[in-house]
Write a protein that binds this ligand. Structure first.
Ligand SMILES: Cc1cc2nc3c(=O)[nH]c(=O)nc-3n(C[C@H](O)[C@H](O)[C@H](O)COP(=O)(O)O)c2cc1C
Length: 171
């Protein structure tokens, strides 16, 4: 079984979560940073996990675009979706709904919110100013490693069930 984790990261947190997820999955896992210029060979994977982080209320544009342009092939694969962000009061369901296309969310075996981390050392001046303004983002680093582990187990368990039963039919 081959898995791809395709992610975008602005300050490194999502990459850290993708690495942890890679360690937690028992499959043969590749990681790729989403970039507009990159061509992907998605056909070779059984499972594709897509992740990104929230900045000013939005997931990276490249992540949404990747989902849109690869939608047809993603719908033939086992899919997982995740986001990183810092708002402690975030509505996880609304967050996922806003970050990914509806059809992909319905198709996904698992979707998750892994918390976030403010990597101040990597920020430019504008990002520092914006972070200071958003007082709600001022809190201790909080990647939820337990959630990443649970997400990995869910992908693996549901993935093996769907392989035994054939393609999942979403009603
Ligand atoms: C300029 C800036 C804006 C942000 N805006 C939001 C936001 O609107 N909502 C939120 O929950 N987190 C926000 N965050 C927090 C990031 O989502 C969080 O730090 C995340 O872990 C970053 O992941 P990354 O390092 O992979 O980019 C913001 C962070 C920065 C630096």
């Amino acid at each position: 079984m081959k898995t791809l984790i395709a992610y975008s990261t602005t300050l490194g947190c999502t990459e850290q979560c993708a690495s942890k997820l890679k360690d937690d999955l028992l499959d043969d896992v590749d990681m790729v940073r989403i970039s507009r210029r990159r061509k992907y060979n998605l056909q070779q994977y059984d499972t594709i996990i897509v992740g990104g982080s929230i900045h000013e209320g939005m997931i990276q544009r490249a992540v949404y675009k990747f989902c849109e342009t690869s939608l047809e092939i993603l719908l033939q694969k086992q899919v997982g979706l995740f986001v990183c962000c810092m708002d402690p009061d975030v509505d996880e369901h609304a967050l996922i709904n806003q970050a990914f296309p509806d059809e992909l969310i319905k198709h996904a075996l698992a979707s998750g919110f892994f918390g976030g981390e403010l990597n101040i050392k990597k920020m430019n001046l504008l990002q520092k100013i914006m972070t200071r303004k958003a007082a709600r983002l001022q809190k201790e680093p909080d990647i939820d490693f337990q959630k990443i582990l649970e997400f990995a187990s869910k992908i693996q368990n549901l993935g093996s069930v769907s392989r035994m039963n054939g393609p999942i039919v979403h009603m």
